[in-house]
Unconditional design. Sequence first.
Length: 389
Amino acid sequence: MAPANADPDDVAARKAEAMASVDRLAPVLLEVSHELWAHPELCFEEHTAHDLLCGVLEEHGLPTTHHAYGLATAFEARAGTSGPEVAVMCEYDALPDIGHACGHNVIAAAGLGAGLATAALSAEAGGRVRILGTPAEEGGGGKELMRREGALDGISAAMMVHPADADLPTMHCVALQELVVDYHGRASHAAAAPHLGRNALDAAVIGYGAVAALRQHIRPHERVHGIFTRAGDKANIVPSEASTQWYVRAADLDDLAELKERVLAAVVAGAAATGCSCEHRWKDPAYADMVDDRWLLERFADNAGMVSRAIDPDAPSTVVGSTDMGNVSHHVPSIHPMLAVAPAGVSIHTPEFAGFARGPEGDAAVLDGAKAMAATVIDVWAAGGVGGR
């Protein structure tokens, strides 16, 4: 077993070996990235991705648990028998209509590469790695659901990389919870007997307008955005059912709790104003804000420099969003750095970004991300934990 604070020359040699391993794996990793990109799957439906990633892990000698932690499209592979254990996260769900416009194909392939490269060194280096396939980041909270079932038990650190339009130390991740509201009215002929109807669409529209008014008076870091998911069936029938979906975001879970009360009051007001009724549900789990571990981030930044990625740990993030990696970060030391795969100004969650995730820039991020993460895993092993903790 490697002692804590191992010899720097040994650490450097292991990092070089891990990076060379990623280079050897490059054809496989890029094929995985391209296959995932070509077959986008929505949250909790990532069966092709699950089978593909598990198959590659097993082909390289890692016993892999399929359908792990109670989720049909989650998986886990472990290597090493002693020492600090580091979790490397793989995401692989896509978005409706625009596919891998968040670049999860890159995330999964980079995590796979880092996991395989460090698994090969685990016995020699005296450390352990846990490769976690975490479904449904785009709204399902797979990481938090897995955590509740023990996926992070015994973990010393957790990490992943995420594509962006720049190399960044992190995403500015805020807390989030999804709200679904169903309005119930009474159908009637819109011309012959409108007075008999109770318009559920009007209720939803008034609720939407109330939230729009509320948005003028929330804090700058807070966000509320929503869509209509049901709005009636035919113009000459007073809509008896309507539904809206909302994302409510705030700096942290405490601020989120306050904002949720205000948003709920606004959407319910639409039902009261129209003589309709409504019911609501807050989707579990909520997403927590991201807490980046400073020591871990500094090690990753140093290692990213070895593959010509300039990441300043103190640089502000230009990307705002929410992720279930935030939940992970409240339980174990974690990082969520971002690697450029698109030109500056090309936002994630756009068709343009999806194209770059499959292009040469996305391929480079797969290999660079795998190398930088593998080297950071080795740093944790060498220190006997995160910063020696």
